[in-house]
Every structure is written in C-alpha cells, then in structure tokens.
Design a protein around this ligand. Structure first.
Ligand SMILES: [Zn+2]
Ligand SMILES: [Zn+2]
Length: 307
C-alpha cells in the first residue's frame, strides 16, 4: 500500500531505515501498525539481508523513475549483483517480481552480528546535520567492520548491557546512548590483523563497484588442479583421490586464517574447513549463489596458492 509523505532516503541511508523513520515519527505506540501499512513482511529481517518482500514494498513507495537509483544507492542488492552474471537492472526487475527469488547458500555463516550496525561518529554527525541519525546501508554489509569515513569500528550492540537493534520494529536508532541502560556509546579500539584489513578492503571495493568477481576463472584454476573438467555422478577412485587431496590442501590453508571476527563459530569449535560452504568440488563444479565472504575466500586461495 502506498502511504503519504514517505521519507526520501538520506545520503547512504539503508532503504529499510526510511521505513523505521517513517514509522517511529508516528509515535511509539503506533509504530508496528504504521510499519505494517507499508509492508506486512516486516518481521525477521536481518540487517545484512540482500532482498526480501519488505524491500520491494518500501521501494514501491517511491515514484517509478527513482526506484532504480534508490535500489543502487540504498540497498545491498548491488553487492549481491557483483557475484552474479545478471546486470543490476535485470536483477532488480526479478527481485521486484519475485522478492524471495534471491537466496544465497550458507549466508548464515557470515551473519555474525544479528543487530543493525552503526558508527558512533556518524550517529553524532547525522544528528547534528539532519536532526536524526539513521542506519547506513554500507555499514550493514555483513563483513564490513569499520566506517569508511571515520575508520571507527562499527557497533552492533551496547558494550554494557548487550542491547541490540535486531528488529525493524524496535523503535528509532541508532542513538548516541543505549535506550536500555542509558550508557553513552563510545568508539571501541581494535587491532586489525592483515587478514582483517584485507577483508575490510574487499568489503570496500565490493561496495565501491571497483570489484570484479570472475567465478568461471577461479573454477578453471581448480579444474586444472583436478585434471578434469566436468562434474560426474560417479567419480573413479583416482578422481576421488584428487578431490580429497585438493580439499585437504584448501582446508589446511583455510584453517591457518583467523576468521573468528568474520564468521559464525561452528558447533563444538570445529574448524571452518569442515563446513560444507568450503567444499572445493562443489565450488568448482556447481553454480550455487554463495554468500560473498565464501566467494572471496576461494578467490584469495586461488590468488595465493594456485596462480
Ligand atoms: Zn562514521
Ligand atoms: Zn546498554
């Protein structure tokens, strides 16, 4: 349903943040009812999610001539598009027609933070500039850890009481102090390893369009290691040995990386090499849409070990 006076996004604002601002401006008690006038699909939306029905519902609040640009600037769909063969325009048309079509395999593994993320410095600046702070789109990319403008570590919860904005229906945010315990949010210090810096750089280049992901080329490198080109239903013993050998090499390399700040820990502290997301033959022979972090790790392995 279209509503009156739906707010235009601020610079870099996440599309769903516009819905939050629109709803909360109508008063705390009315919040859920007002949000549901725009979309009945407002529950269970992860901040780092690329597209759901609610995105289409909110985008439809704007005139058709603005929708494409808003989708580019104010959603993470363009991040997703870097890892597909479709151009952005085709992808957007598909998403608007079938919002649930976009499914990434193993996306949960990179959703380490359930809360919406924000930069405490941006929150202060935005409040001064616009009278309100808001959720920025690029901060919600799951493996983005620092604000590009301030280099501040992004927050996803209160360091004092663990309060987090996990739901769209939780009221206004991000604030400069915690709505639960009242403590002021302060920037936190963190030392970044080389790997952390590389992941941050990758996140930035993905966000800034300077990133090219050539999956077919990566698959060719793996195929060259195996010595065979095609996926088969039944492998010979020799072929299976090759597959196991390459899997072991990749697994050993992967487990030298400290990914604990970027990926959800596995049960019983199992190493990430045992997660099905990191199955080398599936990456090589099947064309699943994988969560970006998995793709960039395969890319790094190819660059470091196979090229
Ligand atoms: Zn900032
Ligand atoms: Zn708190």
């Amino acid at each position: 349903m279209n509503v009156y006076h739906f707010p235009a996004p601020f610079e870099g604002e996440h599309l769903l943040s516009c819905l939050m601002r629109y709803s909360t401006s109508r008063g705390r008690k009315e919040y859920v009812r007002v949000a549901k006038q725009v979309s009945t699909n407002v529950s269970k939306i992860e901040c780092s999610c690329y597209w759901r029905t609610v995105h289409s519902d909110v985008l439809n609040q704007y005139l058709p001539k603005y929708r494409h640009q808003i989708a580019v600037n104010n959603t993470l769909l363009s991040v997703y598009s870097r890892f597909t063969h479709s151009d952005f325009y085709t992808l957007l048309i598909e998403q608007l027609a079938l919002p649930h079509k976009l499914q990434l395999k193993y996306e949960k593994i990179e959703q380490l933070h359930s809360g919406w993320k924000w930069c405490p410095d941006c929150a202060v600046e935005d409040e001064e500039k616009y009278g309100v702070s808001y959720w920025r789109c690029e901060h919600q990319l799951s493996f983005k850890r620092r604000c590009s403008k301030h280099r501040t570590v992004l927050l996803s919860r209160c360091q004092c009481c663990d309060y987090a904005w996990c739901s769209l229906l939780q009221g206004p945010g991000p604030l400069t102090k915690c709505p639960n315990c009242g403590k002021h949010f302060s920037p936190c210090d963190r030392d970044d390893s080389d790997l952390d810096l590389w992941i941050e750089e990758s996140a930035n280049s993905i966000l800034q369009t300077g990133f090219e992901f050539k999956k077919v080329e990566l698959q060719e490198h793996f195929k060259a290691q195996y010595g065979f080109e095609e996926f088969k239903r039944q492998w010979t013993v020799a072929e299976r040995k090759h597959i196991t050998y390459q899997q072991d090499l990749f697994g050993k390399w992967l487990d030298t990386l400290d990914l604990s700040k970027h990926l959800v820990p596995l049960s019983n502290n199992k190493p990430y090499s045992q997660h099905p997301a990191f199955n080398v033959s599936a990456f090589t022979f099947k064309n699943h849409s994988l969560a970006p972090m998995i793709n960039i790790l395969f890319m790094r392995y190819c660059q470091e070990q196979l090229c």
